[in-house]
Design a protein around this ligand. Sequence first.
Ligand code: MOS
Length: 744
Amino acid sequence: MNVNSTVIGKPISRVDGRLKTTGAARYAADHRPVEGRPLHAVLVKSSIASGRITGFDLSALQSMSGFVRFVSHLDGALIRTIKNPVDGAFAAGEEYTPFENDRVHFVGQHIGLVVAQTLEVAEAAAKAVVVDYETSAARIEFADPTAEVRQPDLYNTGEELQVSRGHVEAGLVEAVEIVKATYTTPIEHHNPIEPSATLAVWDGDHLTIYDATQGSVNDKNYVAFGMSVDPKNVRVLNPFIGGGFGCKGFTWPHTLIAAAAARAVEQPVLLVLSRKDMYTSCGHRPYTEQEVTLAADADGVLTATRHRTQSYRSLVGDHVEPCGMTTAMLYQCDNLEVTHSVRVLNRPSGTPLRSPGEAPGTFALESAMDELAEKLGMDPVDLRRRNHTDIDQRNGRKWSSKHLLECYDRGAEKIGWGRRKAPGQWRDGNDLVGLGMATACYPGYRMPTQTRLTLDRDGTLHVGVAVQDIGTGLYTVLAQMVAERFGTSPENVRVLIGDSDLPPGPLAGGSMTTASVAAAVDDGCRALSEKLRARLVDMGHTPGNEPLVIDGGALRSGPLSVPAAEVIPTDVHEIVAEGGSDDTYGFTGGVETDKSFYSFGAIFAEVRIDRDFGIIRVPKMTGVFDVGRVINAKTARSQMLGGMTFGIGMALMEETFIDDKTGRFVNPSLGEYYVPVNADVNEFDVEMLDIPDYDFNPFGARGLGEISNVGASAAIANAVYNATGIRVRHLPIRLDDLLEDLPR
Ligand code: MOS
């Protein structure tokens, strides 16, 4: 099937790299309407956590030159009431309708929008809006005893959140060692470099939106519903996105508000969220408290596992941080209980953030595994090998392809695991040195995807699909896939994505785009190939059985070579074929299969801790991953570097503080929310086993991205323990967690 294996897997530089490095790539806020200038919009947000709006005093605005309009719930039904999910047609970040009524559910809720001639006037006017509230009692504190507690049944993938098998109590009795500990992870924010932005342009009842979104099709359906127009009349364009990590995944109210305001003022409206807006307008990863119990016999075989996650949700968003789902799947264990509960609080809404569930969940699980190994006197890698399974523990199915044991072996070898010493025993000058590791994993997801393949008279191939490159390398990967199928170079392929008018594809979420487009591209290429062969036959040629090659402006099959300009009739300019796959994998209700699809890996970290000051550095991280076939070694490696960097941030730096009295996020800026910078990132060693998984799709790729920060924070936490003998069970780990007890 593979025509040209010199394309797939190669470390080809991004085809869009030049556009990006020269500034020619245009992001949502860079676009301008074809005619005229847009008006600028700034959000007015609630400053109370619970209550109602009793009025706005706009007197200061009327005299502002350039002020155009203030939009709020007092304008009546600008937006159709949204009940999510509506026929499964879209996924919204919050299940409420902006400006529907006078209610306030959290600090930072959108309660109005100022539209003005310039950004400066819009900002000044938004500040000048005086809001009168009637406040009511707010539940903000995590431990608020009056907060409603819910046990949701399902995650948004359809997977069970409450899992039970065997008898945990019986397994505990069998054990010789038990670890029972509570781990916490903080509120974290996505902080993509590009803030969310929407330019909404109406032309009659047709709406064009330039949006910083991870899902143009979802965006289109959501906005069409909210604006009461046919989805056919809405076009969402997102050719370039400056990162998302989940906060641009489900569509958030600000996009709808911009569209509604543009219709109200009958002019294009540009709304760019401020960094501060980004902390309350498009989700975060909620705080989690996870109680993990692991029990093992003398050989280290797990006899019982319990993972209880407590988190919270807002009043208007239903995100649950699904920390225990990994635990239910990963290690052989017959007696298991996984539960999730959420408290309903007057806080902004949570949403998926890179590896939702897996990232905080494996911090707890993989820290507990490290603690168990310590108690048993076992090597942490050996403990994981001992409990390795070839069967998905949730459903009894075999994995389509699993090479985790090789990941452990390679990773241990590469980091020099043999150098590891007992906790607190390894000193180098003034540093305490430690090694730690953890298992990484991430589900294999696939969603229905359609694609259009075109050959033009120059012999150039075009592939079109409404997916988006959020910085991952999808433009390049698509070019490579099509190039391989037609035995040509990626330079002969034009990639059209980032436009909801193209054949529909999924959100850029769940690390699923590559695997989803793989099946669609394969089918589209087959369809185009068949059309071209039929055309060659019509022309009197007899193409052989050899695969059709399209290169150098000609179609070739065996000895036959015909210029594309001859194959394509002059009156049509191009030959177009449609293809795709309706298959869903990894979500409930997907393809019936006897296999389970997951990616695995192992992350190893070396830390050095200054003995006087407790400063933690990560001089080296090794990640070895089994993610199916790698389509582009360079962009794949970059994904892994990014994820492991995320892991450093999660382990040592990232935390959003909330004021329990007011419900405000205290540090909503990149000045006070710390993320890793170049100086924090040292030697990264990334290896991918590159073993194709053809059960998953015809290119054998399982998709990658999120897996690389799963386990990363636990590997670092475990290394900190190994260096110091101090077990820190919360994130981030900071020097003040160590200072007092450091071995001197
Ligand atoms: Mo991601 S958190 O699946 O955008």
